[in-house]
Design a binder for this molecule. Structure first.
Ligand SMILES: Nc1ncnc2c1ncn2[C@@H]1O[C@H](COP(=O)(O)OP(=O)(O)O)[C@@H](O)[C@H]1O
Ligand SMILES: [Mg+2]
Length: 282
């Protein structure tokens, strides 16, 4: 088509929140991530799927700066504008508005829910040690703000009933929600969820889907998640990236990715995964 004869108004292209380009990570002889590129748009739920060992958690660890890529880079639209995330120090990532949960819950077991949320919030504190020790007005205000935020998140995720309970005594499903709560207390722009449904029963997984949708729609937080449960993936994801053996297999809407022949083939060998894929695409 001749563009000059049919002028179309130029739509402003929204800047992605995160842009990963040609990422590769080698661990000894294993190429855990092989030339992976993707953009995460502001306000979307973007999900990584793929069989065990595909490289999904490694991609997460690249974003949270636990690992440095062997090659490639990640750009991120931080509070002060676009930055090269792969050049930031790991301890600075939380301050840039990136929070995460872990595949295996990592909470302080012998502290209450509220205390876990306050500890989570501490990464966000802008006051220094001396200010904290002297309990200056700035430190006092930061403490108050942290408590307000924790109470707000407790209400948002319906954790009021467990607010003062020890984490160690809570059912697994509640602990998963507490981990999400702790991440939300840092007021992230980007929330990374590593297998939010793992260990949850069907009903708890449905609840988790609602929380993820609320986080996106009510808080406007962008979510990047790794997830196995295809029902949850289809329900909450705007776009899906399927990986296998470190490489990108397919990217698109949940429906497009699940009907991709390469994706179906990668899941062969695991009866559960195949049947859940069939259920979704039927
Ligand atoms: N720290 C590490 N050292 C060596 N190999 C690793 C390390 N982390 C991950 N791997 C390897 O990289 C590959 C991808 O792992 P991972 O990202 O955990 O997969 P997934 O989360 O998709 O199941 C696997 O072969 C795994 O054994
Ligand atoms: Mg993993």
């Amino acid at each position: 088509m001749n563009a000059a004869m049919n002028p179309t108004p130029v739509q402003p292209v929204p800047q992605p929140l995160l842009s990963a380009r040609q990422l590769s990570v080698r661990f000894g002889g294993v190429l855990a991530v092989n030339n992976v590129s993707f953009d995460v748009q502001q306000g979307e739920v973007f999900t990584l799927i793929g069989p065990n060992g595909a490289g999904k958690t490694t991609v997460f660890n690249l974003i949270s700066r636990i690992y440095t890529p062997t090659s490639g880079e990640i750009d991120y639209l931080g509070p002060q504008g676009l930055i090269r995330l792969t050049e930031q120090a790991p301890q600075d990532v939380a301050g840039l508005g990136i929070a995460r949960t872990f595949q295996n819950i990592e909470l302080f077991e012998h502290a209450t829910v509220l205390h876990n949320l306050l500890i989570g919030r501490h990464t966000q504190r802008k006051t220094g040690l001396w200010q904290d020790l002297l309990f200056t007005r700035t430190a006092r205000e930061a403490e108050l703000k942290a408590r307000e935020k924790a109470e707000e998140v407790i209400e948002f995720l319906d954790l009021q009933h467990h607010r003062d309970a020890m984490v160690a005594g809570l059912p697994y499903g509640v602990r998963k929600v507490v981990e999400v709560a702790r991440a939300l207390c840092t007021e992230p722009k980007l929330l990374l969820l590593d297998e939010p449904s793992s260990g949850l029963n069907v009903e708890e997984t449905e609840d988790m889907a609602f929380w993820i949708q609320d986080i996106k729609n009510d808080l406007g937080i962008t979510v990047l998640m790794v997830e196995h449960d295809m029902t949850l993936v289809s329900k909450v994801s705007d776009r899906v990236l399927a990986m296998n053996q470190g490489e990108v297999l397919a990217m698109g809407t949940p429906r497009e990715v699940q009907s991709d022949p390469g994706v179906i083939e990668a899941y062969l060998g695991s009866v559960d995964d195949v049947s859940s894929l069939r259920r979704q695409t039927a």
